[in-house]
Write a protein of this length. Structure first.
Length: 98
């Protein structure tokens, strides 16, 4: 999606720039680059991947135990609940500012 206009930049990213951007992201994740040296980017990536695997595994478990309909309903309920959560002070620093 980075190459499409509107995703990542106004005019899109040229295909020739993608390897450099991926390499820069890798260096940031490994905390080698200067702007990412003091940030916990590696642990944030590991944490995100862990939560994502858990989220998808629980979705498959709901399909196994209940049904695909129950899975669709639970995800349909989850979206407005998480949207409302980010409007409350419970979200802390992740709270949306308007």
């Amino acid at each position: 999606f980075l190459c499409l206009p509107g995703f990542g930049s106004v005019h899109g990213t040229p295909l020739a720039d993608l390897p450099e951007q991926f390499y820069g992201g890798f260096l940031c994740c490994m905390q080698v680059s200067e702007e990412c040296a003091d940030k916990p980017t590696f642990w944030l990536l590991i944490g995100y991947c862990g939560v994502n695997v858990l989220y998808n595994t629980l979705g498959l478990y709901v399909v196994k135990v209940a049904s695909a309909l129950m899975n669709a309903l639970s995800y349909a309920i989850l979206l407005p609940c998480t949207t409302l959560l980010f409007f409350t002070p419970l979200a802390g620093v992740a709270q949306e500012q308007f």
